[in-house]
Design a protein around this ligand. Structure first.
Ligand SMILES: [Zn+2]
Length: 102
């Protein structure tokens, strides 16, 4: 059973508890469990707006701190994959097109 605790006292987290050691958020108003992967509050904003008609203003400094880090990690992963592929390509069997097969 997941444990939910107060995460932040401002913004969207005023209305949600965050799962301890996890990526889920629990609505304080209706106890619905929502995903907040990587600290993203997009789904939480949507829930408050749709279900409770609450519109919480996004705070650039706090809410956007984590997503920008994820983008950097994604770019690094793409770079590593590209380098690995490029170095593996010349030795890939069956990939030589200059000679016709007998
Ligand atoms: Zn709710």
């Amino acid at each position: 059973m997941a444990e939910f605790v107060d995460f932040k006292k401002d913004g969207v987290w005023e209305h949600f508890l965050r799962e301890k050691g996890g990526n889920s958020a629990k609505c304080k108003l209706c106890s619905t469990i929502l995903k907040a992967t990587g600290g993203s509050t997009k789904g939480l904003h949507e829930h408050l707006k749709r279900i409770h008609s609450i519109n919480v203003l996004k705070r650039q400094a706090t809410d956007d701190a984590e997503p920008s880090t994820s983008i950097k990690v994604l770019q690094l992963q793409f770079y590593v994959t590209a380098v690995a592929f490029t170095s593996a390509f010349p030795e890939f069997p069956g990939m030589t097109f200059s000679h016709s097969r007998e």
